[in-house]
Design a binder for this molecule. Sequence first.
Ligand code: 26V
Length: 819
Amino acid sequence: LALAPVTAPPASVDGFVREFLHNLNFELGVSLSASSVNDRYLALAQTVRDYLMARWLDDQRRLSEIKPKTVCYLSAEYLLGRQLDNNLLAARLTDVATEALAACGVSLEELREIEVEPGLGNGGLGRLAACFIDSLATMSVPSIGYGIRYEYGIFRQTFVDGQQVEQPDSWLRLGSPWEFPHPEAAQTISFGGHTEKYVDDDGVERSRWIPGWNVLAVPYNYMVPGYHNGRVNTLRLWRAVATSSFDLRVFNSGDYEEAVRAQTYAENISKVLYPEDSTPQGKELRLQQQYFFVAASISDFLENVLGDGVELEKLPSRVIFQLNDTHPVIAVPELMRVLLDERRLDWDDAWAITQQCFAYTCHTLLPEALEVWSVDLLGRLLPRHLEIIYRINEEFLEAVRERFGDDEMRIRNMSIIGEHPYRSVRMAYLATVAGAKVNGVAELHSQLLRDKVLPDFDEFYPGKFTNVTNGVTPRRFIRLANPDLASLITEALGAGWTIDLERLRGLEAYAEDPEFRAKFAAVKASNKRRLSDVLHVRDGFDVSEDHMLDVMVKRLHEYKRQMLKVLHIVTEYEGIASGRVAASAVQPRTFVFGAKAAPGYIMAKRIIHLINAVGKVVNEDPRVEGRLKVLFPPNYNVTLAERLIPAADLSEQISLAGKEASGTGNMKFALNGALTVGTDDGANVEIRQLVGDDNFFLFGMTEPEVEALWAKGYRPADFYQQDDDLRRAIDLIASGAFSDGDRSVFEPIVSNLLYDDRFMVLADYSSYIAAQAQVDAAYADQDAWTRSAILNIARCGFFSSDRSMRDYIDRIWHTPPVL
Ligand code: 26V
């Protein structure tokens, strides 16, 4: 019997209408006239899936025959954003779908707007993973994204009296049309119990794990379509489900309630995304999540992807597991355990294979963000893995001794096991020892990683450390988010730039063309109107198209220095309100914030409160009306980013030098023609090098200057005493002017700035204010500003995540495309 291959429905308006109505009637069980908007959205999503399906199945079949080396991207977070538009675009279906739906009397725009984005990530790290899998699919690189299907993603942020209140993000409530669950392919994942020694049939003494309990990991597959290349890769997210044996044992003992409780316990593992906290460690459930997804992923790769009869020695030629930060690093002892205990390799062979199969990306420099797990917890949850980690460490320290002698200080510093304040496993060290390569995410970050965070390791492993500067996908962040700009670029340069972003260079010449500049300015203005429409419906805000749009969107963290932005706004406000500065002397500006604070991060939440409080006073004061406005739409997410970024004139990238590993928002803004006011930090450094000093507002200390100031002794109160503007701004906050006269509300912020100020806000204040004066002056010449904006776009093609992927492939993965 010749089985007909799966074929896609005809890509015509007629074909699309038929498929859409079929799905509405037969999959959702409603007629067109009786269908809800959600029904129509679900049917549309299914229709798009149907078009992608043949390619997806075909790619899976081909890859299982070709058996190429595959990238397994291990990430606890994927901040995907909405799927519908992206998938329509990738499959070249946008026009057909628009027409087909119109023929059914349905508006595509309306359906787009009801999609709930899967917020399965905290911020930059999760969004980066989403950009990377888009690029890998677009470049036809064999790859699988592995992660967790959280039932609740990043919390929904609301403001009550200006303060953040978190609501659960029940993104699955109205159905999730993009996923394909495979309960039949579940993996069993074990935890707890103990280990025991035994002698195997060959007389070799071995260790084995007798686990205490287990859960099922059920895979949910998502299509990751490449852009216009017919390619569809897979994102596989795991959901925790109780095993029946698990229930049965308790159930047999007759305790029904206990059985239900046990089930709930197991299923908690994939219940909720951890909101990146002010202190990230010490959460047992989080370690369970990490092990759960990497154990399922490794087992899935070995059993289902690798294929039968592959000698394990060849494993490194078939896979590279990329560790997205330390969250998946428990995969290292897990692969060792599988090779040793299940596949019966000896230690040296297993370790040689493991060391070639992993590479590690570090995404931070903050010491408090480097993950450690207490030996106590790890030993309880994963006793066999702890044994393996101890042995890895023993052999590693032995090699260190051989090389450097008995330098106990160095040994203590390099040990994977830390002793203070309690005995713990340093996951970044484990990843560095096990990884074939270790990379930072921007030039400066990679340099500091080698020099400051892991200098001994850099010395011990020459050639292991490298840099791959982050990037962002031009499909989502230019083509979809800014369609008018995309058309303008295509008009000038032809198609092709979307997958070859260096072609944007061609716009340099157009920056000198007054007609092109006028068109660009019109696009910017229209994006502001579009944003205004969105914010009006969403939050009741209005954005004036003749205001400079000054945007700071990113997680709320002290190191990112939203406080510096607040001090600038208060300074501007106080100047005009007090009459010292004529309102007409400043450019009309709307300041926009978007930021979520980790629910447990009290200072970050106070700063959110302050921003809202300052906004309220500024927006209600007639003395600054039409000049200054502050907007803080709640629940900043990928969907809102896609609206805000294309409308922005000014991008705020103002972290203390040496703290922001890279930033990726900075790249998105520059690529949409916003100018940056920024410090010499993260990828800002590279952005400025590329766009040129004339097209970037640099301010603040450099990283060595920061170090020097700490060394000399930093006294923030001195800056307060010596700078009149700064003193007036801080005094105004302290006076209760933004808290109905209550001086206690923001007192903790004020005293933190004056007497602690870990991120040197006061030290960089005057330089920041000066840079903002330059911004004002530059914005007064609209035509020159527009020219700069176009040059930013023209010179930032480097920041495509396609280029990042090429760098990973060349320097780390060695996984060529399979066309
Ligand atoms: C930061 C912190 C800060 C204080 C303590 C708790 C805690 C926990 C986690 C983190 C974030 C670390 C990993 C991360 O998200 N890094 C971000 O990765 C982006 C993609 O590479 C990069 O652009 C950002 O600069 C970097 O902060």
